[in-house]
Ligand binder design. Sequence first.
Ligand code: FES
Length: 79
Amino acid sequence: MPQPEMPQKTPYAIEIEAGKNYWWCSCGKSKNQPFCDASHRGSEFAPLQYTAEKDGTVYFCGCKHSANGALCDATHRNL
Ligand code: FES
């Protein structure tokens, strides 16, 4: 199974808006981290949709190894 690239080993703190959809980059190749810029095309990776339930700060995974989808679950501490 191919491994994603790791754009950074820490999460991205992003201000989000309630009701808005965000597309988290899972391949690690996007130049618009932590979001998809279609760099995954031709690979086995696909972006994950994250819908904001409320306004606030969300910590999107930057290491691309979180077991919690688009969100950081602290897995990066063990890499
Ligand atoms: S940045 Fe990936 S688990 Fe925290």
